[in-house]
Design a protein around this ligand. Structure first.
Ligand SMILES: [Zn+2]
Length: 403
């Protein structure tokens, strides 16, 4: 079964050549993109969809979410908006509610959040554990996450549960808890921040998880300058997320991590992606990360929603893109790239075609996964020009119409 999508006013591919085609068309065949180019030279297909002069871009790749949780933190949000300072401790409220919820309810809640994200144009999504914080409940969260998300990250090192010794808890995270989640996860993450895990504890967690065959990522430099970025680059993490407070040596370390990589071919030794989470920063009244300076320094940047109940209860990648353009001084093309190709890079899913087991996501090219986002607008510029508007018109996820 093949579908020709034609009469596309603007096709923003986010491919390696950064092509933006006008008056374009594409053919989706099964789960893959079979062809794209000028509408006038499009091949025939089994069925045709008239885009009616709308814009098409890759589906969003949301590389950082926390969707497996129960409970509500509205009161904490209200207190914060009334002037209370944000600290890392509110997670405990969600942990209590999550542990009490049934498997059925946790799964239902996580599925509903994924379908909300898909309805907003997200076609590839990572989610994390981290609201279980004991072996039984972290394993349960990982298992449930693996049934609803494309990528699952083990975040046993989210916070030290109240009353436990930090080093003893770190031992648990590196030992029995890791063994229990291992069948369900591809990644491990640690919250390396004052009030969460120290550099030494974080290093132990990341090393143990890396030795167990997991890819690694870091929550770092969110609430102040700290060791997160240096640790991430030192250990070869795929991504360091938040990056609000960066010293010049942090920017340099991130830029250096990409010097062996050729962005025009996407080959060579990859570095550590800097993942910006602007919706979280707005919701905690933190300064936005220096994404403009990071791009100018040669760092690969991703945008993600950080959808979670405490600090960023939105999965709207369009909101993140609009914020990146309006407040972080990225161009529309740069912001969309960070929210598509950048997220794929942060998840090591940016390559792969017909010859590989996994198809690339986050960019539109022949052989890549047909993750397609059509806007009810003639260009992607409208994402920032008309912030907050319901611009998602149609979505294909792995070639299947999802909206
Ligand atoms: Zn997070």
């Amino acid at each position: 079964m093949s579908t020709l999508i034609t009469n596309i006013a603007e096709l923003m591919t986010q491919d390696l050549e950064h092509r933006v085609l006008k008056n374009a068309a594409m053919v989706v065949e099964g789960e893959r993109i079979a062809w794209l180019g000028a509408a006038a030279s499009a091949p025939a297909a089994d069925e045709a969809v008239d885009a009616g002069g709308r814009a098409v871009l890759p589906g969003w790749v949301d590389s950082h979410t926390h969707l497996v949780f129960a409970g509500d933190r509205t009161a904490e949000f209200e207190a914060r908006m009334a002037g209370e300072q944000y600290s890392a401790g509110g997670i405990a409220v969600t942990v209590d509610a999550t542990r009490r919820a049934s498997d059925f309810d946790l799964t239902r809640l996580a599925m509903a959040r994924v379908s909300e994200a898909v309805s907003l144009g997200t076609t590839y999504l990572e989610t994390k554990t981290g609201y279980g914080l004991d072996t039984e409940h972290e394993a349960r969260s990982a298992r449930i996450a693996s049934t609803v998300a494309d990528e699952v990250t083990y975040l046993g090192a989210h916070l030290v549960p109240t009353g436990l010794d930090a080093d003893a808890y770190t031992d648990l995270v590196c030992g029995p808890m890791l063994d229990a989640v291992r069948p369900y996860v591809r990644w491990a993450d640690v919250f390396c921040e004052k009030g969460a895990f120290t550099a030494e504890q974080s290093r132990r967690v990341l090393r143990a998880c890396r030795d167990a065959g997991l890819g690694i990522r870091v929550h770092g430099n969110q609430l102040g300058e700290g060791p997160g970025v240096q640790l991430a680059t030192e250990l070869g993490a795929a991504s360091v997320d938040h990056v609000n407070y960066l010293a010049s040596q942090d920017v340099a370390a991130l830029a250096d991590s990409w010097t062996g990589w050729d962005p025009s071919t996407g080959t060579g030794a990859r570095g550590t992606v800097a993942t910006c989470l602007p919706a979280c920063d707005l919701s905690t009244r933190q300064p936005l990360p220096p994404a403009r300076a990071l791009l100018d320094a040669g760092v690969q940047v991703a945008l993600a929603s950080n959808c979670n109940p405490g600090t960023s209860y939105t999965s709207s990648m369009a909101f993140c893109v609009a914020t990146a353009v309006l407040q972080m001084r990225l161009s529309v093309h740069e912001a969309v790239r960070a929210a598509t190709y950048g997220g794929a890079l942060a998840l090591h899913r940016e390559t792969g075609n017909d010859a590989d087991g996994e198809r690339a996501v986050g960019s539109l090219a022949v052989g890549h996964r047909a993750d397609v986002h059509m806007l009810n607008a003639p260009s992607a510029t409208h994402l920032a020009y008309r912030p907050g508007m319901p611009l998602t018109y149609a979505v294909w996820r792995a070639g299947v119409r999802a909206r």
